[in-house]
Design a protein around this ligand. Structure first.
Ligand code: 4NP
Length: 155
C-alpha cells in the first residue's frame, strides 16, 4: 500500500480537488486497495469544513464527488504515514519543509512536477472568478495521470 497526501493552504479548494480526482482515477484503474489518498491544509482556518462550494460544483461537473471530504491541517505525524506528500504551490512546499522531520524517507515535492505542462504551481482560485476553478481541475487531472503513471511502476 502506497499513501499519498495532497496539501494546499486551506484544504478546501486545490487539495480536495486533487484528492477527489486522484481517488477517482485510482478507482477506475482498480487500484484503490494499493493506493490510499488524503488531503490537508497548511493553515488551520477551515478545519472540519467541506470543500468550497465552487470547487465541489466544478469537480462534480466532471464526475468527481468531493462531498465526503472535510478539511484538516497537515501535521508532522503525516510524514510517518505518507509515501508522497505533494504541495500545490511553492509556499505550501516551504511550509511543509519547515515541519518535515530530517529523516523523512518519502517524496516531498510539488504535485505539478508529475504533470506534463511547464507550470509548476496550482494557482489559488479562492479569491478569483469561476474560470480559476476550471483551471485547477485541468492542472490536477493532468498531474494525476502523471502521478499514477509514476506510482504504478513503484507498487
Ligand atoms: P486552498 O484555497 O488553499 O486551495 O484550499 C484557499 C482557501 C481558503 C483560503 C485561502 C486559500 N483562505 O484564505 O481562507
Amino acid at each position: 500500500m502506497k499513501k499519498v497526501l495532497f496539501v494546499c493552504l486551506g484544504n478546501i479548494c486545490r487539495s480536495p480537488t486533487a484528492h477527489g480526482v486522484f481517488r477517482e482515477i485510482v478507482a477506475r484503474r482498480g487500484l484503490s486497495e494499493q493506493i490510499s489518498i488524503d488531503s490537508a491544509g497548511t493553515a488551520a482556518y477551515h478545519i472540519g469544513n467541506p470543500p468550497d462550494h465552487r470547487s465541489a460544483a466544478c469537480a462534480l461537473q466532471r464526475g468527481y464527488d468531493l462531498s465526503d471530504l472535510r478539511a484538516r491541517q497537515a501535521v508532522t505525524a503525516d510524514f510517518s504515514q505518507f509515501d508522497y506528500i505533494l504541495a500545490m504551490d511553492a509556499q505550501n512546499l516551504s511550509d511543509l519543509e519547515s515541519i518535515c522531520p530530517s529523516d523523512y524517507q518519502g517524496h516531498l515535492g510539488l504535485f505539478l512536477d508529475f504533470g506534463s505542462e511547464s507550470v509548476r504551481e496550482v494557482p489559488d482560485p479562492y479569491y478569483g472568478g469561476p474560470e480559476g476553478f476550471d483551471h485547477v481541475l485541468d492542472l490536477v487531472e493532468s498531474a494525476s495521470e502523471g502521478l499514477l503513471g509514476h506510482m504504478v511502476r513503484d507498487l
